[in-house]
Write a protein that binds this ligand. Structure first.
Ligand SMILES: Nc1ncnc2c1ncn2[C@@H]1O[C@H](COP(=O)(O)OP(=O)(O)OP(=O)(O)O)[C@@H](O)[C@H]1O
Ligand code: SF4
Ligand SMILES: [Mg+2]
Length: 379
């Protein structure tokens, strides 16, 4: 199959639902104090629990109906674990996950059944997440079969509709995954996630495995799906640039904690946490106008991310922070609205940066292909 076989959806305006509008809608997902510790076994001949990987350690977040919420952070900070806890592929060690007001933190299979179809997941790797021995039609209709759902006009008709929605040729329902490119396979993953008309999709790094040019197309598709079908997204990424194009609100994670959260504009133009600054400074800038804009100094973080088995006391970022002081080791900074922050912008830091970085929003662009999204093109 060639790129020409792809039926691309019509380009749309690129910006998502306004941040204010998203903030006004009722909460769909509420996460409070969510914690996941994985036991570490050791010893011989009797293996005992010798420690805990504090993968997720007491996070709070809320996703409104139809909102796209971005979750960003370096490898190993607990993003996927958070996604798996929310979709209940994992059971939390502590805290609470509420979906439409119902506490599902420890719900049994039977209790989860009525809402299973409403929460779907899109995975990072479009190669391993599709069964190579099943046709595309079988893959996409799988969730309908499992849940005993017979749509009007039959499953095949619904599969064709879904293929069309995700910009693939509806006649290709009998083909196998290997006949598609990476981007097209990810579209198949999106079609499968849409099959049961979900209200919430947890997309775990859905474009990280794709070429940058293809990333833009898939991000655009997800954006259309989010707005037109009014689906809420928890969009997980390690890259602030990708999330910026998709999410009305963004949370930054570090070593199992959320260290900063807020509206997209606030996070990108007035970041307060030193770690958010460092992440933003790593995003390549595009020169604006004839005279190239002064390049923002890249902040190189010293040292490695500490082990989540024995995270630093106080602020977990302190071993890599250039502002760390005694207080940072003694006291964990609470995630709160600090002076100078916009409403809803919370930061966990004792010595936050000044909010003086206006104009970041204009000059931070990952790649020209993603930048094209800003103009409403298909990348
Ligand atoms: N089943 C498990 N058992 C033990 N430790 C685990 C398990 N799953 C994840 N971890 C650990 O928990 C921490 C968080 O992992 P997680 O996969 O959530 O991070 P991530 O932010 O998604 O990283 P990446 O960007 O690499 O996907 C890591 O230190 C990881 O090694
Ligand atoms: S609390 Fe201290 S160590 Fe942590 S980010 Fe703020 S200044 Fe740095
Ligand atoms: Mg992950």
């Amino acid at each position: 199959m060639t790129q020409e076989d792809v039926v691309l959806p019509a380009p749309r305006e690129a910006e998502g639902r306004s941040e204010a509008e998203a903030g006004e809608r009722e909460p769909l997902l509420v996460v409070e104090g969510l914690t996941k510790h994985f036991p570490v076994k050791g010893g011989f001949p009797i293996r005992r629990t010798v420690g805990q990987v504090q993968a997720v350690d007491g996070i709070d977040l809320t996703v409104a109906v139809g909102e796209s919420f971005g979750l960003v952070g370096e490898s190993g900070c607990g993003k996927s674990t958070t996604g798996r806890l929310i979709t209940r592929l994992l059971e939390p060690t502590g805290g609470k996950v509420s979906y439409r007001g119902q506490d599902i933190s420890h719900a049994s299979r039977r209790e989860l059944a009525p809402i299973r179809s409403e929460i779907q997941m899109i995975f990072q790797d479009p190669y391993s997440s599709l069964n190579p021995r099943q046709t595309v039609g079988k893959i996409i209709s799988g969730p309908m079969e499992i849940n005993g759902i017979e749509p009007e006009g039959g499953r095949e008709k619904r599969v064709r509709e879904l293929l069309e929605i995700v910009g693939l040729n509806p006649e290709h329902f009998n083909r196998f995954p290997h006949e598609f490119s990476g981007g097209q396979r990810q579209r198949i993953g999106v079609a499968r996630a849409l099959a049961l008309e979900p209200k919430l999709i947890v997309a775990d790094e859905p474009v990280s495995a794709l070429d940058v040019s293809i990333q833009a197309q898939v991000v655009n598709l997800l954006q259309q799906v989010q707005r037109e079908l009014d689906i809420a997204f928890l969009f997980i990424a390690h890259d602030l640039a990708v999330v910026r194009h998709f999410s009305q609100r963004v949370a930054v994670m570090y070593l199992g904690k959320i260290i900063e959260v807020g509206d997209r504009t606030s996070i990108y133009t007035r970041p307060r946490h030193p770690y958010t600054h460092a992440l933003l400074s790593a995003v390549p800038e595009v020169a604006v106008g004839e005279d190239s804009a002064p390049q923002r100094e890249r902040i190189r973080l010293a040292g490695d991310v500490p082990s989540p088995i024995s995270p630093p006391s106080g602020c977990r970022f302190r071993t890599r922070c250039w502002k760390a002081a005694e207080k940072c080791a003694a006291e964990e900074p609470p995630l709160v609205r600090i002076s100078g922050n916009h409403e809803g912008h919370l930061t966990a830091c004792h010595f936050p940066e000044e909010p003086t970085t206006e104009a970041r929003d204009e000059d931070i662009v990952l790649d020209p292909a993603l930048a094209a999204l800003e103009d409403g093109g298909e990348g």
